[in-house]
Design a binder for this molecule. Sequence first.
Ligand code: AMP
Length: 311
Amino acid sequence: MQKIVLMGECMLELRQAKDGLMLRSFAGDTFNTAVYMKRISAEQDVAFMTGLGQDTISQQLISVCRSENLNNQHISTKSERHPGIYLVETDEQGERSFLYWRDKSAAKEVMQFVDEQAIAELCQADLFFFSGISIAILETEHRAAFWAMLERLKSAGVKIGFDPNYRPRLWNGPEDAIAEFTKAYAACDIMMPGVEDFKLLYDIETLDDILAFCQPFNIDEVVLKNGPESVYCQVKGELTHVVVTPVTYVVDTTSAGDSFNGVYLSARLAGKDVTSSVELASAAAGIVIQHPGAIAPVESFAGIRNSFADY
Ligand code: AMP
């Protein structure tokens, strides 16, 4: 069984329903990716790695991970802190806004509880995946421990996956993000950025400029997403272009990229070729954006699961 570990933060999401009641769920980019990976391929051992506390919200998140059949082995519950929370509000024009309470979340301390035994277990993984958000939220003084851990995993032969997922407000300015991302580009075997990441951070957005930017890092596999526009993959120097069928009924684009990542990675690990993997991932993201929130209902994924088996 292949083992995949995805590291990051998952928060309690509060969302106002039409009747005024507050709906609760859990979401976070790498958590969403883990959920979709496991949903599409039960044969893979998918673990979400984070820091939690001993409070009831932490316990509920662990139950949700269990109900999504995720491996909880890399979740630490030793923090004195609680999970982060965010509130999604939608105005009369349908425009969404987000309010966060995450400055002191337990996930920021995750590296504090990663000991030698945990690293030895992580070294058994086939793939370790993290995002720009996973790094941004770490307490600054813990970042060195993260990069040292990543080096150990790489030396042990674990493949490294990275999605920049640049969120300006989580960083002390773009230079901070650029410095950390540069280490991630150098370390990763597979990178899954959005065109938006490059536009915001480096003011480049054409395919040629982005590929030229990535070239010195010798990344085996670059998968470039751009909303409803085509996906471009460069795998060991070979460029593949896959057209995306735009969805006309879009409810909420949250988690489009996360679900794409999860299904793409599952497909590649299952030995599928690049084009099939992008097609499956795009189809999955196309379903996710027709549902509110980050995690679409399990039933909505039945068709994709069947296609995954058939491809
Ligand atoms: P994004 O993170 O917005 O670049 O989207 C990630 C992936 O989700 C894209 O590469 C597409 O496969 C899919 N996607 C996003 N928006 C749409 C859309 N409007 N219609 C169809 N697919 C979409």
